[in-house]
Write a protein that binds this ligand. Structure first.
Ligand code: 4NP
Length: 200
């Protein structure tokens, strides 16, 4: 399995603002954050992990919420159905809330919307703020959204749209953070080597 080279030098957008990555882990740790940790962030976690596994990249991927309403719950069944329709498998996740320690444990903290971002910055220490990168950073050009829309009060179409948006954005995220080029038909490393074909 390919290990993304963990190096402060490989992160020019972080380097000017901080001297080092925090986690002692030899692989990158990435944390997706939303409000309840039952819809958007577990979907982002599942999609990111799926893509990294297909690319053969080792990383620790997790998610959490800023609110505690759903602590201990599985992801929303509507989100699990949307993920299944898109070909993703749920491998077990229980909702938890973000704590200040997460800012020290994770290399990248990815809020799904602007309110999540404000809450994250309130909870973690200021020294970790440079590693908070909004999911919208990787939205495709011309995207009609400014943040990942909350599907909780919506229908199946809204959940499908979030899964599609996260899938498209995640390919750009893994390219920037992990230097892997993922496409539906083939999985290529940036150095040109093809890791393996994807069935999707
Ligand atoms: P999430 O969605 O933040 O994407 O998990 C929500 C989940 C629960 C609630 C709102 C949004 N809620 O109000 O309980």
């Amino acid at each position: 399995m390919l290990r993304a080279e963990k190096s402060d030098d490989s992160l020019p957008f972080i380097r000017p603002r901080m001297s080092r990555l925090p986690s002692p882990s030899p692989v990158y740790r990435i944390l997706f954050v939303c409000l309840g940790n039952i819809c958007r962030s577990p979907a982002a976690e599942i999609i990111c992990r799926d893509i990294l596994q297909r690319c053969g990249v080792q990383a620790q991927v997790d998610s959490c919420g800023t609110a505690s309403y759903h602590v201990g719950s599985r992801p929303d069944v509507r989100m699990l159905s949307a993920l299944r329709r898109a070909g993703y498998e749920y491998a077990g996740h229980r909702a938890r809330t973000l704590c200040s320690k997460d800012g020290e444990l994770f290399d990248f903290i990815i809020p799904q919307d602007a309110e999540n971002e404000r809450d994250v910055l309130r909870i973690i220490s200021p020294s970790a703020a440079a590693r908070v990168l909004p999911m919208s950073r990787w939205f495709p050009a011309g995207c009609k959204y400014r943040e990942v829309p909350d599907p909780y009060y919506g229908g199946d179409k809204d959940f499908d749209e979030v899964v599609a948006l996260l899938t498209e954005s995640m390919t750009a995220l893994v390219r920037e953070l992990f230097a892997v080029d993922y496409s539906p038909r083939s999985v290529c490393r940036m150095d040109g080597g093809v890791s393996r074909s994807s069935s999707r």
